[in-house]
Design a protein around this ligand. Sequence first.
Ligand SMILES: NC(=O)c1ccc[n+]([C@@H]2O[C@H](COP(=O)([O-])OP(=O)(O)OC[C@H]3O[C@@H](n4cnc5c(N)ncnc54)[C@H](O)[C@@H]3O)[C@@H](O)[C@H]2O)c1
Length: 260
Amino acid sequence: MIDVASLNLLKGKKALVTGIANDQSIAWGCAKAFRAFGADVAITYLNDRAKPYVEPLAKEIDAPILIPLDVQQEGQLEQAFEKIKKEWGRLDLCVHSIAFAPKEDLQGRVVDCSKDGFLRAMEISCWSFIRMAKLSEPLMKSGGALFTMTYYGSQMVVEHYNIMGPVKAALESATRYMAAELGPKGIRVHAISPGPLKTRAASGITEFDKLLKKAQSKAPSRSLVSIDDVGVAVAFLGMDGAKLITGETLYIDGGYHIID
Ligand SMILES: NC(=O)c1ccc[n+]([C@@H]2O[C@H](COP(=O)([O-])OP(=O)(O)OC[C@H]3O[C@@H](n4cnc5c(N)ncnc54)[C@H](O)[C@@H]3O)[C@@H](O)[C@H]2O)c1
């Protein structure tokens, strides 16, 4: 069998991956896959408390850039992109794998959601992707690809997904609009929709184990996805060979979304 990683299909590409909290994070699956296909990968960590978990992972993939990024901290996103501009002068791939909603809003009904909780969830989980696209645009001089992570609960009412449903729906729509706007510059924009994965973010969702069981039994593949499954699919979409695919919401869920 061909060892596809050895083909170095992302060799020379410069990638920024945000949203790694630990080695269970979906973003880590993306960073590993990018590196395996030959890209140089810059990664971010939320704050000093998160740094000890992320730093060893950065070493594992020889990340030349490791920078703090809390999208709610004024100016931090701009600083991250400044660093990339200074070190690399360009960017080819950018992964947004960030989401947050305050627990009381996430675990309550959409009807009861607070204004502050709603705005915070939208700012961190959706607006930050739009800002990343804006900052990536001048650095993606020869085109590029932007990715964000979404979930099926944007399309269908998934029990306990609550306020993240409308937030992810906005994120998927923003993906399509930005794909249309940036397409003429050769910049593709995708939303990636993985099936449920046991991560830190997922632990905030009530009865998440039930969701995992349902996903496994209903998906045509009868299996749960891994962060590596997600990473390899994202890496494929980042390759030059995928240059005419854009604006997608790509399900990586063993086919769950096609079954009634
Ligand atoms: N786990 C799942 O089942 C699943 C399924 C589909 C989509 N997703 C999406 O995948 C993405 C990544 O989540 P994950 O499951 O890997 O969990 P995770 O907890 O590993 O990652 C979430 C990341 O968001 C970051 N984050 C939160 N607030 C931030 C802020 N203010 N500034 C910068 N970063 C911030 C955290 O630091 C963390 O790294 C999220 O968008 C999530 O909604 C997850």
